[in-house]
Design a protein around this ligand. Structure first.
Ligand code: AMP
Length: 288
């Protein structure tokens, strides 16, 4: 039996990943980096493919970052599936997986934080206080540890990508940020590690996010420009699903995330909805 897929090299310490990356760099290879929290799916793998195509040494990090979870959030039950993740990555020829412990990333005495300003304030920032502080801090740490040339993020977490781009520009971090489109299930549900929390009935209900985004697109294309009207339509559509609870339905400027009143230019529609208690987010750009 032939088996070409090789398990990627897994390292757990900062010193080891630095050493691997440095020797790749000495050979003239460019470093591509995909930070993840594991429980990998096609969304993550699309980023890995992009990294493999663009660079000669691909690093994937798998780290469920405690500092980006609020006290009432799902940190302890977040899916951790390292073995399955490594098997998936084997097929892609990933050069190294960095899977540090909490202790390795946040040793005793750790006390420095990255605060990104206005772009981190609305939407997820408002619903999840401290979330982007944790994200920006861990991503800057990972960038400093791995020192990639290019790093990939998904549009699924649209605001997160903007926060990282702001941080990298403001702090002169020498990493190019690339954003890839959201990968969806056949019925439109954005792939997410948190989809694993959904039982069959909830999974069915969860399609309402994509249906709402499609409706917004359709109504806007049909001439409805008033975002208050559009938002009301989406809200009532989502509210009609039993067990659906809206965190926000927002029509915002795609660069600044400030609210827009009319769809007379590209507008980002961003949603956060709890489906039977499972918090899901999604977004889509719509145009006049
Ligand atoms: P996570 O493991 O959820 O922290 O996600 C790691 C990276 O994968 C982030 O840049 C996400 O935006 C990206 N990602 C997650 N889900 C998707 C998806 N469905 N399509 C594209 N990218 C995604």
């Amino acid at each position: 039996m032939t088996h070409s897929a090789e398990r990627p090299r897994v390292v757990t310490t900062v010193a080891d990943i630095r050493q691997l990356v440095q020797s790749a760099r000495r050979e003239g290879r460019r470093i591509g980096f995909v930070p993840t929290m594991g429980a990998l799916h096609e969304g993550h793998l699309s980023l890995v493919r992009a990294a493999k195509e663009a660079t000669e040494f691909t690093v994937v990090s798998i780290f469920v970052n405690p500092t980006q979870f609020g006290p009432q959030e799902d940190f302890t039950r977040y899916p951790r599936t390292l073995e399955a993740d490594l098997q998936l990555l084997a097929a892609y020829g990933v050069d190294a997986v960095f899977a540090p412990s909490d202790q390795e990333m946040y040793p005793a005495g750790f006390d420095s934080w990255v605060e990104v300003g206005g772009i981190a304030a609305p939407l997820e920032g408002r619903c999840r206080p401290g979330h982007f502080r944790g994200v920006a801090t861990v991503v800057l740490k990972l960038f400093n540890i791995v020192q990639p040339d290019i790093a990939w993020f998904g549009q699924k977490d649209y605001q997160q990508a903007l926060v990282i781009q702001r941080m990298v520009a403001d702090l002169n971090v020498p990493v190019e940020i690339r954003v890839c489109p959201t990968v969806r299930e056949p019925d439109g549900l954005a792939m997410s590690s948190r989809n694993r929390y959904l039982g069959p009935e909830s999974r069915q209900k969860a399609t309402i996010l994509w249906q709402a985004l499609c409706r917004a697109k359709q109504l806007a294309a049909g001439g409805e420009k008033d975002t208050a009207v559009l938002a009301a339509q989406l809200r009532s559509m989502i509210a009609a699903v039993p067990g659906a609870q809206i965190d926000y339905v927002a029509f915002v400027d795609p660069q600044t995330l400030t609210p827009v009143r009319r769809v007379d230019r590209p507008v980002l529609v961003a949603l956060a909805v709890r489906i039977d208690g499972v918090r899901l987010i999604d977004n889509e750009l719509i145009a006049p």
